[in-house]
Design a protein around this ligand. Structure first.
Ligand SMILES: NC(=O)c1ccc[n+]([C@@H]2O[C@H](COP(=O)([O-])OP(=O)(O)OC[C@H]3O[C@@H](n4cnc5c(N)ncnc54)[C@H](OP(=O)(O)O)[C@@H]3O)[C@@H](O)[C@H]2O)c1
Length: 260
């Protein structure tokens, strides 16, 4: 049976995803911030003996990600599903910005997702399906203005996902992300359009169909794609180098002892 590791599996969309993969016969590792208080996922584990394990993973504390990696060493993980995020960001206005809170959002929503991928890359590489999938947000592209911490951290996550897709390609790992829709969870004060099970159903369908040729994509819930990053459409313009020129440049840097 394939195995998924899902962060933030105790509530919201993560819980919906956990149920969807369990219903399809998967085993899953619930990586949660506070296992002792993860009552909903504990109930899932009780109802599915031998199928669910619960591990600690606080994305704000990278030592817990390292500890998770050490504990899971050698275990194949078919799907790393980075769902958890800091969604309770304080409002910000010009002249009233909490920069420490902004750093927290970046640490959890962007850097910790990369850290998870880095720590668990070998687990995914030794699996049959070799997939990493992250829950991003389309919200960066939409009015009203504000919510800069959340939006900028998710936009940065998209760049991370794109880079991971390039960096892990030669290990056979497919990496992508999706907007989950506007979903009724605590983070939206239950004002969404979709239930967690509807959103999880859409996301699972995308994940099931993921192949290497769409690695680096940013999906809408219906499976269509959004631009994940601003791509340079004309590499010859504005001083950008063609790939063969980059090889020369990299060699020149290497010869000069510059590490890039
Ligand atoms: N709901 C929407 O309409 C919507 C729209 C766009 C994107 N999204 C994205 O979808 C994903 C799930 O959102 P949701 O609506 O289900 O959010 P949610 O109900 O607020 O749940 C967030 C989850 O993230 C976990 N989490 C928060 N900080 C964490 C940390 N430091 N370490 C580990 N886990 C942490 C929470 O764990 P605890 O249970 O321990 O608090 C919880 O399980 C997020 O990435 C969110 O940005 C949601």
């Amino acid at each position: 049976m394939p195995t998924a590791l899902i962060t933030g599996a105790n509530r919201g969309i993560g819980f919906g995803l956990a149920r969807a993969f369990l219903a399809d016969g998967w085993e899953f590792i619930a990586a949660v911030r506070d296992p002792a208080n993860a009552g909903d996922v504990r109930a899932l584990a009780t109802g599915h003996p031998g199928k669910v394990s619960i591990e600690k993973c606080d994305l704000a504390d990278f030592t817990t990600i390292d500890a998770l990696g050490a504990k899971l060493k050698g275990r194949a993980i078919d799907l790393l599903l980075g769902n958890a995020a800091k969604t309770d960001n304080p409002a910000n206005t010009i002249g009233n910005t909490d920069y420490d809170a902004w750093i927290d959002a970046f640490r959890i929503n962007c850097m910790a997702q990369y850290k998870l991928a880095e720590v668990l890359a070998e687990n995914v590489a030794i699996s049959a399906q070799k997939k990493m999938f992250f829950i991003s947000s389309r919200i960066g592209a939409k009015p009203p203005p504000g919510m800069v911490f959340f939006r900028s951290s998710k936009s940065a996550l998209n760049q991370v996902v794109f880079q991971l897709s390039l960096m892990l390609k030669d290990r056979g790992i497919t990496v992508a992300c999706a907007h989950p829709g506007f979903v009724k969870t605590i983070s939206t004060a239950n004002m969404g359009v979709f239930t967690i099970d509807e959103s999880a159903g859409y996301l699972k369908k995308i994940i099931d169909r993921l192949t290497m040729d769409v690695s680096g994509s940013f999906f809408e819930p219906d499976g269509s794609t959004l631009p994940i990053i601003t791509r340079q459409m004309n590499p010859a313009a504005f001083g950008a180098k063609a790939p063969d020129a980059w090889a020369e440049q990299k060699k020149a840097w290497a010869d000069a002892g510059v590490s890039i």
